[in-house]
Ligand binder design. Structure first.
Ligand SMILES: C[S@@+](CC[C@H](N)C(=O)[O-])C[C@H]1O[C@@H](n2cnc3c(N)ncnc32)[C@H](O)[C@@H]1O
Length: 214
């Protein structure tokens, strides 16, 4: 007997075959709410690397933008650390779930697409957090997505980028999603006035953790 393929594989394959890099995210969140799927990245708690970073970087009311906010754990962490947080996701079901999960939240949860972000977000955020979202779209969309995250950053701000390190994978047999990043691709975030502050691997070399400023 063969094990059935997880829903994230079947839904992403159909979405990508239609040339749509993001449709499957909302379908997956919806199926999970109905008990028919598992969202593999759902942890029910904030990213541990971001917890460590936020502990040393209080927001003091400055503006933060969280990309791919999912069920809201990372935005809520940053709001608790004093950041004025806007958080967005392309999946309306995820945004609705985050608002319902944190009804007293100060976070502004928004449905938006990293590939076509609102123009008023350009150079508007003192902190931008991009953790394993760009890698969830095929490489054809990487240039546009990277330009968006770099574009959100205000002068003097900090952009955090964390993605799976391609160098830790077996590239020959790997099948996305996700599509990991090489070091050179992480460095591409330094564009249009944005510069690298730090670039390291964490979690035994399996992920990049990079910071940038403008
Ligand atoms: C792999 S999950 C990561 C979620 C979260 N950042 C984390 O670290 O657990 C990718 C998330 O990004 C969202 N997403 C994917 N493409 C997006 C896009 N183009 N614009 C905004 N959100 C997107 C998905 O709906 C999903 O919630």
């Amino acid at each position: 007997m063969t094990t059935p393929e997880p829903a994230d594989r079947t839904l992403s394959r159909a979405s990508l075959a239609d040339g749509d890099p993001t449709r499957w995210f909302d379908q997956l969140y919806t199926a999970a709410e109905q008990g028919d799927a598992v969202v593999p990245w759902t942890r029910g708690e904030p990213n541990a690397d971001l917890v460590a970073w936020a502990g040393a970087h209080p927001g003091d009311g400055r503006r933060a933008l969280v990309v791919g906010s999912a069920h809201g754990d990372d935005p809520e962490l940053l709001a608790g650390a004093g950041w004025a947080v806007t958080a967005f996701d392309v999946a309306p079901t995820a945004v609705t779930a985050a608002r319902a999960r944190f009804p007293e939240s100060t976070v502004d949860y928004v449905v938006a697409d990293l590939l076509k972000p609102p123009g008023e977000w350009r150079h508007a955020f003192d902190l931008v957090v991009e953790i394993i979202n760009i890698q969830a779209m095929p490489r054809d969309f990487r240039t546009t997505a990277i330009a968006s995250v770099a574009g959100f950053l205000a002068p003097g701000g900090t952009l955090l980028v964390s993605e799976v390190a391609e160098e830790s994978t077996d590239v020959a047999t790997w099948q996305g999603p996700p599509w990991p990043f090489s070091r050179a691709e992480i460095e591409l975030v330094a564009q249009d006035g944005v510069t690298v502050t730090s670039l390291e691997t964490i979690r035994d070399g399996s992920r990049y953790w990079a910071t940038f400023t403008r």
